[in-house]
Design a binder for this molecule. Structure first.
Ligand code: SAM
Length: 187
């Protein structure tokens, strides 16, 4: 399954950190790209590029990309035309466990998280409006849980079948007590 993430309504300076965390979670938990709308933020893009430079691309080894998209409605419609199923994370949606079997059938999935109030149009365009609990919390947590369920937890593996391969210059050597980082290439 090819997964992309769309972060709606990025606001400066309010969302600087949380949009960065949305991007880092998208990458670490199995998505291959993040697109964001709202205010353009080159420092957000630089932060993500810097992480990718050291730690690699997406979990499949392909590059992880970040892009800005002003017209999110047209972007979503374009993705639908390109065969993506649209999964919008909202506390008002159907519970994730109930939607998951159907969502897993998608070959390509665009996961949408909001920031400010999400326009009605997004709820209408979504194939799935999905809640991660019926409580207000964080787009970062909602995205992480959803990706983890979609990936069947394989993104958490360090080695073995299905484990991610980011092909970065740096790689963690899991340690019970220490902090071991292997330098795979000179950086
Ligand atoms: N009105 C708030 C604001 O102005 O900041 C919205 C913030 S809410 C934390 C931002 C996003 O987090 C929502 O658009 C949704 O994508 C996600 N989110 C929060 N709670 C969620 C839940 N229980 N289930 C799914 N997604 C959730």
């Amino acid at each position: 399954m090819e997964i992309e993430v769309l972060r709606l309504g990025h606001r400066l300076p309010r969302d600087e950190r949380i949009s960065t965390h949305v991007a880092l979670v998208a990458r670490a938990f199995g998505a291959r790209s993040i697109t964001y709308s709202g205010q353009h933020d080159s420092s957000l893009e630089t932060s993500v590029a810097r992480i990718c430079d050291a730690w690699g691309g997406s979990a499949s080894g392909a590059p992880f990309t970040i892009a800005y998209e002003k017209a999110f409605g047209q972007f979503i419609k374009r993705k639908k035309r390109d065969g993506f199923a649209i999964l919008h994370l909202t506390m008002y949606g159907l519970p994730l466990p109930q939607v998951l079997p159907e969502a897993k059938k998608a070959q390509k999935l665009l996961i949408i998280v909001g920031a400010e109030q999400v326009p009605r149009e997004v709820y209408e365009l979504a194939d799935f409006n999905v809640s991660v609990t019926g409580q207000p919390h964080s787009e970062v947590a909602a995205l992480a849980i959803t990706l983890d369920r979609l990936m069947d937890g394989k993104e958490l593996l360090a080695t073995g079948p299905g484990a991610p391969d980011f092909r970065g210059k740096l790689r963690i050597e899991p340690s019970a007590k220490g902090k071991k980082v292997a330098r795979i290439q000179s950086i």
